[in-house]
Design a protein. Structure first.
Length: 150
């Protein structure tokens, strides 16, 4: 397979569709936590706002400035995160990292659609951008949970 064919496979129709339709792109007025993550390699950034209620994400907003792969990941996160516990988000983050780096299993529900990014395993320079939405969300959920407990 040529490098061009590999790239065409990587930027599948599904990845491009996810990237074009990112839910939760409205920032929250009064978030319980806000976390911004940046990939130093490519400059992609994701800023996440969220609020927690009864130990679960109640509201979510994000500002995504990333490549199509980072946008696709943010799209899946935005679709799945409301109602999740901080543990579920951390578990999904760790599973996504393992899937990209070690061909690990698909992240668990409700984040299983991140499987669409499995072809990016071979593109290590894209991993950081793909991880941004879940990394920011995991940190924000933890911060918001701590704020509620204080």
């Amino acid at each position: 397979m040529t490098a061009e064919t590999d790239l065409i496979k990587l930027y599948s129709t599904r990845i491009l569709a996810l990237a074009a339709d990112i839910p939760g792109t409205e920032r929250l007025e009064s978030p319980g936590a806000t976390v911004k993550k940046r990939s130093p390699l490519c400059g992609s950034t994701v800023t996440v706002d969220l609020t927690m209620q009864d130990g679960r994400v109640a509201a979510f907003g994000q500002d995504v400035k990333a490549c199509a792969l980072g946008q696709a990941a943010a799209s899946v996160v935005g679709s799945a995160i409301v109602g999740c516990t901080p543990h579920q988000i951390t578990e999904a983050r760790d599973a996504l990292r393992a899937m990209l780096k070690h061909d690990g299993p698909t992240p668990p529900a409700p984040f299983q659609e991140l499987e669409v990014l499995r072809p990016a395993q071979a593109y290590k320079n894209r991993h950081a951008s793909i991880m941004l939405a879940l990394e920011a969300s995991a940190e924000a959920a933890e911060q918001a949970q701590q704020q509620q407990s204080a």
